[in-house]
Design a protein around this ligand. Sequence first.
Ligand SMILES: [Zn+2]
Length: 125
Amino acid sequence: MTWRAWSLDLGPGYAVRAGTREDVIAAVVDDYRGGEEPAETYWIWVAVVTPQGEESELRVPVHPIEPDCTAREHKWRHISTHLNGGGVVIEEVCSACGLLRRTDTWATDPGSGMHGRAIRYMQPA
Ligand SMILES: [Zn+2]
C-alpha cells in the first residue's frame, strides 16, 4: 500500500512515497524545509494520494526544529498561559539554556484562515 504526496508549491515532480498517510506527509514536510529553518510555524498545501488513487489537498503545519540545548535536553519551565481566541498561548523557558518556547494553540494560518498550533523558539537576549 503506497501513499504519494507532494507540496503544491513544488509540484507532483517532487512526490514522495511512504506506507502510511502520516509518514508520507512527514516526508513532504522534511523535503520542503530545505536549508531554511523558520523561526515560527508556517503552513503549506500538500496533495495526498491514497493507495486507491484518491487525491485530496490539505494544509499542513511546518514547525521549527527545536534548537539544541546546552544540557543534554531542555528542561521546560512554565512561565505563563493566557487565552487567545479559541485557544491559549503558553510560554515556557528552559532552565538549562534559557531558550524560550511560545506555543499558540489558536494561531491563524494566513493562507487558509484556519486555526492551528504554532510554535516559536526565541534565544535569550
Ligand atoms: Zn535548554
